[in-house]
Design a protein around this ligand. Structure first.
Ligand code: 5CA
Length: 444
């Protein structure tokens, strides 16, 4: 892709309306464009990143055996009246009337819709467990939409739902999602910590928020630092190992605001391990048993001839919010340098030819490199403008491809001036560069 032909409207300076760095950068490099309060259009650069995040989320859902569906954005009020949440949800729900005067709504979440799908199709314990998910836009008429897409009114969410025959089986499903979340955020190069959390309007009594640390986060957290040293690399999808994995995390005190108890915190966490800070909630999982299945009559036949309501949980990831969360974690706004993790970068590598008016040889060389990279499934962007070197690098540092090749005096013959953002420049052959990037891609 040539920068001159791409729709990447870069602003010279930070937009003054943006208060946090992710919002600043997203507006600055034209990743999004506000349509109205809390509602955004996604422009090519932002959309590319969000789609890559979505794909990683999808792959990790599939790995635990969840099946993808797609439910509508517009729902009927009937099912929400059945669950009792139509009134409870209050002003956050966007209510609409169709031409027949039927009450409809733009879905803020999908517990009701998925329970309705389940109850009309499956009737036997033999079909359980079922793990269903979709990735779909949601609408919540937040009082204070802010920080760009971080707290939007319209936002893109992965929401999954589990259906099980007993509490024990349901907790097994819960633990699968717990693990899948750790794996997902790791692939996004984020350290997301599971924290015991409140259930709010979703309901139930077991819940974890997955939070990444950031000063600009809206969640206050209280945690034992040692939780950051854990990883879940080798966990199998087997009942016991999943249970052990969750216990390993739960041995350390780690809670959000609503669950905080000062006395307990000070009792179980020694002073040097205490961390009180802020974070961004990127995922939230809930176990609520038969709250919806009972209210909406979703039951299955059990082996002995009895019937019982299915036990359910729900599991959300803020896909659009993650774009901002990654920026909050990775953007060095003092030096104005963004380095996207390779797994979600809009471009893998930026090619920066030094172009003189009468000499297109550097650009020609860049185009040849571009072709070779494309054959190797490496996505690159060429700055084909005639701006000076420093402003070219400045722009590329904002766009944030993790690698750069400078095609100027030093990229002579077969050796190219190659740089991974934040590291020393090296002189490498194109073959070696391709090898380096491919190796890095495969490790994800
Ligand atoms: N039904 C449950 C789980 S599927 C649910 O809706 N959970 S939630 O309310 O916690 O939302 C799930 C995730 O969506 C949150 O962890 C957060 O990352 C994201 N999210 C929630 N509200 C917003 C918002 N206004 N803007 C952007 N992302 C949001």
């Amino acid at each position: 892709m040539l920068l001159s032909q791409s729709f990447i409207p870069i602003l010279k300076n930070n937009p003054s309306e943006a208060k946090i760095k992710s919002h600043q950068l997203m507006l600055r490099v034209g990743m999004i464009k506000q349509a109205s309060a809390g509602i955004y259009s996604w422009l090519p650069l932002g959309f590319k990143v969000m789609k890559k995040i979505e794909e990683i989320v999808r792959q990790e859902q599939n790995k635990i055996g969840a099946q993808e569906i797609l439910m509508p954005t517009i729902q009927s009020s009937e099912i929400w009246k059945e669950s009792g949440r139509y009134e409870d949800y209050g002003e956050e729900m966007l209510r609409i009337k169709d031409r027949q005067n039927r009450e409809m709504l733009y879905g803020p979440t999908n517990e009701e819709q998925v329970t309705e799908i389940f109850r009309s199709s499956l009737k036997s314990y033999k079909s359980l467990p079922q793990l269903l998910y979709h990735i779909q836009w949601k609408f919540r008429d937040e009082i204070r939409p802010r920080f760009g897409i971080m707290r939007g009114r319209e936002f893109y969410m992965k929401d999954a739902y589990s259906f099980d025959v007993s509490d024990e089986e349901a907790l097994y499903s819960y633990n699968k999602f717990f693990l899948s979340y750790l794996r997902t955020f790791k692939r996004l190069s984020l350290t997301a910590i599971p924290m015991a959390a409140d259930t709010g309007p979703i309901g139930g009594n077991l819940s974890h928020e997955f939070i990444i640390l950031a000063d600009t986060g809206e969640s206050k957290i209280f945690t034992d630092k040692r939780i950051f040293d854990l990883n879940s690399n080798d966990t199998e999808l087997e009942k016991n190992s999943l249970q052990q994995m969750r216990k390993k995390y739960e041995q350390y005190y780690s809670v959000t605001d609503e669950k905080f108890n000062k006395e307990e915190f000070e009792k179980v966490v020694s002073e040097e391990n205490r961390l009180i800070t802020k974070g961004i909630e990127v995922g939230h999982i809930f176990y609520f048993g038969d709250k919806y299945s009972k209210a909406m009559g979703a039951s299955v036949d059990l082996p002995g001839g009895k019937k019982d309501f299915v036990k359910m949980g729900s599991y959300g990831i803020g896909v659009s919010r993650l774009v901002g969360a990654i920026i909050e974690a990775k953007y060095d706004n003092k030096n104005e340098i963004m380095k996207w993790p390779l797994s979600v970068a809009p471009y893998d590598i930026a090619l920066v030819p030094m172009i003189n008016k009468n000499d297109t040889s550097a650009l020609d060389k860049a185009i040849n490199i571009f072709k070779e990279l494309t054959i190797n499934n490496i996505e690159s962007i060429i700055d084909d403008t005639e701006e000076n070197f420093s402003s070219k690098i400045k722009k590329m540092n904002l766009i944030g491809a993790p690698y750069q090749i400078i095609i100027g005096k030093k990229s002579d013959g077969d050796l190219l001036e190659f740089k991974e953002i934040g590291k020393e420049t090296q002189n490498l052959s194109l073959t070696k560069i391709i090898e380096t990037i491919k190796k890095q891609k495969n490790s994800n």
